[in-house]
Design a protein around this ligand. Structure first.
Ligand SMILES: Cc1cc2nc3c(=O)[nH]c(=O)nc-3n(C[C@H](O)[C@H](O)[C@H](O)COP(=O)(O)OP(=O)(O)OC[C@H]3O[C@@H](n4cnc5c(N)ncnc54)[C@H](O)[C@@H]3O)c2cc1C
Length: 494
């Protein structure tokens, strides 16, 4: 209920929650009855906010245009400022005469750690600060196992969540956003979020429309057209079988609660219960990654399993470079890395394949791959990305065992059975048939010549023989285990 006696404006600080619907901080600010000062602060490079990667900056630019337009349409204004939030929030509050500040808490641990000092700082200048939880399904801090400790394994985490979880219904979008005092805003273009020439993001427009409306449209389309086949199709990079909601979720353009309720409602109508549960459990994996990051040490920089501190990573700049450029000579890996470069996104199955190839066949530290993904994914999410890389490396919580080494050829044959995914992204192999396309090096030169392929000329030789890479990976794993055991016997902390 709006309070008519409220004096002073309310500051609403938008962060990775670029939406009007189901935005608890915005909702509470509107309910306060105060005029609103809506602010987005570009903190790139501050001690607290890591600069978003290049693909994420592209997304942010367009998303802010959408959010700003939606706020204006309701009578408000989105103020853009760049700098340190700790300096800007009190300054803006003073400038606009705000007596309350509302924001949704960050899920990145070192960022959320400063929310309390920020709130105290604001309170010391007479501004009451109020924080909300907005980006996960589960109340992560209080979701603990029977012994009161954080879960380390997804299945019990999710099973116990499902017993108690009934996320509240999404909050409606406001119908009016009464603008507070006019204060200066920076020009979005001055932030230079879009790539400079040569612009590699020209293909993004064909695949993506950032913003809240597009997020809802994508969810609707997925529920209507793909949910029924999701459990089977979700592993096929050659099929549009998943929701592609990840960048919208990463920027908070749609809330997981909205997804939960809309999917459940669809299941009631269509009877697609099993498919809906599978889909929602994937959204649960996102919660789990954020949960791990909030309960354990810095997952972006430290191995969750400290035995991996003894892993003998290889210095392999040429391999890493070939991997980034999609020139490894291993077709499914190259197709996926080129899809990432061209569209800012990659299918989950191929994310696992390329990560396994980099870490295990090429022996490169998982952090190198994580950093590249952070820079090139439109859905880059620091927590999910780090947890996923550690999952593939075997160093993470509930991780795939290290010795599970994906064979990119059999993975390709299984999940891209007629080779159409490879043909799309590696056109120089398009002349090869389904039986040849995933391992061109095994084919006689004559067969390759008929398809216009000359290894070493039109397409690279593999950067590593797959069997050699696998053997080296297993040797490295044994050596890590021996070193970790020796360190434990000697009482040396890793
Ligand atoms: C090495 C590696 C790095 C990854 N980095 C990221 C990242 O930076 N950001 C990111 O959002 N996802 C990341 N993922 C998880 C996953 O690949 C993507 O979330 C998924 O491909 C997004 O496609 P979608 O929206 O169509 O997924 P859908 O299958 O439609 O799933 C719906 C939503 O559930 C969540 N989700 C799905 N799969 C996973 C998963 N395995 N782990 C956690 N959440 C999941 C996502 O939010 C997704 O949008 C990574 C996976 C791997 C293996």
């Amino acid at each position: 209920m709006a309070s008519s006696s409220a004096t002073g404006a309310a500051l609403v600080w938008f962060r990775r929650d670029l939406r009007l619907q189901d935005n608890p901080a915005l909702h509470a600010a509107v309910q306060s009855g105060r005029p609103l000062v809506c602010v987005y602060i570009h903190e790139a490079g501050s001690a607290f906010e890591l600069a978003p990667g290049a693909a994420s900056r592209w997304w942010l630019h367009h998303s802010l245009i959408g959010l700003s337009g939606a706020i204006s349409a309701l009578g408000g204004k989105l103020v853009l400022r760049s700098g340190d939030a700790a300096t800007l929030l009190p300054a803006i509050s003073r400038e606009a005469g705000c007596s309350e500040a509302f924001w949704n808490r960050s899920d990145v641990p070192h960022i959320s750690a400063r929310d309390c000092p920020l709130a105290r700082q604001l309170e010391s200048v007479g501004v009451k600060a109020r924080g909300f939880r907005a980006s996960t399904l589960i109340d992560l801090p209080t979701h603990l196992n029977g012994s009161g400790a954080p879960y380390r394994v997804f299945t019990p985490f999710w099973k116990s969540a499902l017993k108690t979880l009934e996320p509240r219904a999404p909050l409606p979008a406001p119908t009016r956003l009464p603008a507070g005092p006019e204060i200066a805003s920076e020009a979005l273009d001055s932030w230079n979020l879009l790539p400079r020439a040569p612009d590699w993001s020209t293909g993004f427009d064909a695949d993506w429309t950032p913003g809240e409306d597009a997020a809802h449209a994508r969810l609707d389309s997925f529920l209507a057209n793909a949910l029924g086949q999701y459990p089977e199709d979700r592993d096929r990079p050659d099929i549009e079988g998943t929701s592609r909601l990840s960048p919208h979720l990463a920027w908070g353009e749609i809330s997981p609660r909205t997804i939960w309720h809309r999917a459940r409602a669809q299941a009631e109508q269509t009877g697609l219960y099993k498919q809906t549960e599978k889909f929602l459990s994937e959204v649960g994996w996102r919660d789990f990654a954020i949960y791990l990051a909030s309960h354990f040490d810095d997952l972006r920089r430290m191995n969750f399993n400290r035995q991996f501190d003894h892993f003998p990573w290889r210095d392999n700049p040429a391999g890493l470079d070939a991997w980034k450029r999609g020139q490894t000579g291993v077709p499914i890996v190259d197709a996926a890395m080129r899809q990432l470069w061209a569209t800012g996104w990659m299918h989950n199955r191929t994310r696992m394949i390329v990560a396994s190839f980099l870490i295990k066949h090429l022996g490169v530290h998982w952090r190198e791959g994580m950093d590249w993904f952070e820079d090139t994914l439109v859905d880059a999410d620091l927590n999910v990305n780090a947890a996923s890389w550690q999952w593939v490396a075997g160093s993470g919580a509930d991780a795939a065992p290290y010795f599970r080494i994906f064979n990119p050829v059999t993975q390709g044959e299984r999940f891209d059975p007629d080779g159409s995914y490879v043909r799309r992204w590696v056109p120089e192999l398009a002349g090869l048939g389904r039986k040849q396309i995933h391992a061109p090096w095994s084919e006689p030169a004559g067969v390759l010549a008929m398809a216009g392929v000359t290894l070493g000329k039109t397409y690279p030789h593999p950067v590593i023989d797959l069997k050699t890479g696998r053997d080296q990976a297993l040797e490295a794993y044994q050596s890590m285990k021996s070193d970790a055991q020796a360190a434990a016997v000697l009482g040396i902390d890793s």
